[in-house]
Design a protein around this ligand. Structure first.
Ligand SMILES: CC(C)(COP(=O)(O)OP(=O)(O)OC[C@H]1O[C@@H](n2cnc3c(N)ncnc32)[C@H](O)[C@@H]1OP(=O)(O)O)[C@@H](O)C(=O)NCCC(=O)NCCS
Length: 165
């Protein structure tokens, strides 16, 4: 159990979630790099802003180092296509994990997808990513398949998961 998980999680309603804006992109790019996600890069996120079927949320908190300065602590990017929403990226800064932020971001994205008439959520996750597996299982996802060597650097299988909305 990480140190962050010992901090009591605030109620979900207390976690501020808002749509991602261009101003957030530097921090989103930073989180992407330091959390080891497959890197999309700033331009790819910028392109998502132009799509009406994109769901892009951030959660913003004062940083622990400088209490006054608000920091993007996590983000989620998903895209609705027909009755399906694909969860593309979700990440929370390491020092902010275990406080319900990932859960709040995922709930917000799934809620927005449902409003946009999505009926099923789909995603791929690294086979060894236990924290993400647990998060998704908690939100009703089930494992439906495996893609061999789907990821590069380092190579790893992907687990495919879906959830009915
Ligand atoms: C996956 C990730 C987004 C979870 O964010 P988080 O804010 O720590 O998650 P939460 O605090 O909301 O936890 C929600 C649930 O997920 C599960 N979970 C999260 N982290 C876990 C861990 N380290 N070990 C076990 N379960 C964990 C638990 O079921 C938890 O619910 P609980 O606290 O009531 O038991 C975060 O670990 C992260 O950013 N990882 C790196 C990026 C990444 O791998 N993204 C997924 C790509 S597919």
């Amino acid at each position: 159990m990480s140190r962050a998980r010992l901090i009591r999680a605030p109620a979900l309603g207390e976690i501020p979630i808002r749509p991602m804006t261009e101003i957030d992109l530097i921090e989103v790019g930073e989180i992407e790099r330091i959390t080891g996600l497959s890197v999309w890069g700033e331009e790819a996120y910028r392109a998502e802003f132009g799509r009406e079927n994109s769901i892009m949320f951030v959660t913003v908190f004062p940083s622990r180092e400088t209490a006054a300065e608000m920091r993007v602590s996590g983000f989620i990017v998903a895209r609705v296509a027909g009755d399906e929403v694909h969860i593309n990226n979700i990440a929370v800064r390491e020092q902010a994990r275990g406080r319900g932020l990932g859960s709040a971001l995922l709930s917000a994205a799934l809620g927005a997808a449902k409003k946009a008439h999505a009926r099923v959520a789909v995603l791929e996750v690294r086979a060894g990513n236990r924290a993400a597996h647990a998060l998704y299982l908690r939100h009703g996802f089930v494992i439906v398949g495996r893609r061999r060597n789907y990821y590069k650097s380092p190579p790893e299988d992907a687990i495919l998961m879906t959830a009915a909305l």
